[in-house]
Design a protein around this ligand. Structure first.
Ligand code: ATP
Ligand code: NCN
Length: 200
């Protein structure tokens, strides 16, 4: 498989969790386990970003973040990838376009925490992203309301799937998105960097 991507059988549903992972933490692990269950995913790939285009300060070296992610998340259905660094992009729309071209047999679902839905309308080609892949949103402490009343939630109101149908998210065409309430964890990379537990 090119770019060291895992094998994908026809029709498999792959959740993509893009992130800075600077550092990775149990909040990432929690939403990944919940996404596998709640959205009926076959695999989740953590796409370790070369750097969020909206964050002014660059993250720690990608090799360190990938290594930390691999040691934190050892799960048979989760893969850690530096695909975006390999193809030279930081933009999700471009990443999705390339993955869909490379793996036409796969069904991709974009995953994110509620904080990212709240600011999603600032992402490059955000409406195109919504039309390219279904989007699964996972509750995060403090962000449920801002996500619910976000511009994206309003513009794509009709494409929202009820939480009780979350397992169908990857089975139908985009645009469709689903917010799920899950047992939440409060960890954040910002807090871990401040506490000095990440040597960067
Ligand atoms: N505790 C958490 N609960 C729910 N979602 C989370 C949590 N932590 C991170 N996420 C989600 O995981 C993805 C990657 O997050 P990221 O790597 O930026 O971690 P972060 O803790 O939000 O980092 P930072 O504090 O540097 O912004 C994002 O979609 C984010 O919303
Ligand atoms: O494509 C964009 O414009 C864009 C803007 C902001 C964030 N993203 C992606 O969203 C993911 C989450 O970013 P972060 O820094 O919150 O972990 C990560 O994969 C980023 O590359 C993408």
């Amino acid at each position: 498989m090119p770019y060291n991507l895992p094998y994908v059988a026809p029709g498999q549903v792959i959740g993509l969790l893009g992130g800075s992972f600077d550092p990775p933490h149990q909040g990432h692990a929690q939403i990944t386990r919940e996404a596998l269950k709640r959205f009926g995913l076959d695999q989740v790939w953590w796409l370790v970003s070369p750097g969020n285009p909206l964050k002014a300060k660059g993250p720690a070296p990608i090799a360190d973040r990938v290594a930390a992610a691999r040691s934190l998340m050892d799960h048979p259905r989760v893969q850690i990838s530096d695909f975006e660094a390999q193809i030279g992009t930081r933009y999700t729309a471009e990443t999705l376009k390339r993955l869909q071209m490379l793996l036409p047999q796969a069904r991709f679902v974009w995953l994110m925490g509620a904080d990212n839905l709240a600011g999603f309308h600032r992402w490059d080609r955000w409406q195109d992203i919504m039309k390219m892949v279904p989007v699964g949103v996972l509750a995060r402490p403090g962000d449920r309301m801002s996500a619910r009343f976000s511009k994206t939630a309003r513009v794509f109101e009709k494409a929202r799937l009820d939480m009780s149908d979350s397992r169908l998210l990857g089975q139908g065409p985009a645009p469709r998105w689903c917010f799920v309430n899950i047992p939440m964890r409060g960890e954040s990379s910002t807090e871990l960097r401040k506490s000095g537990r990440w040597p960067h």
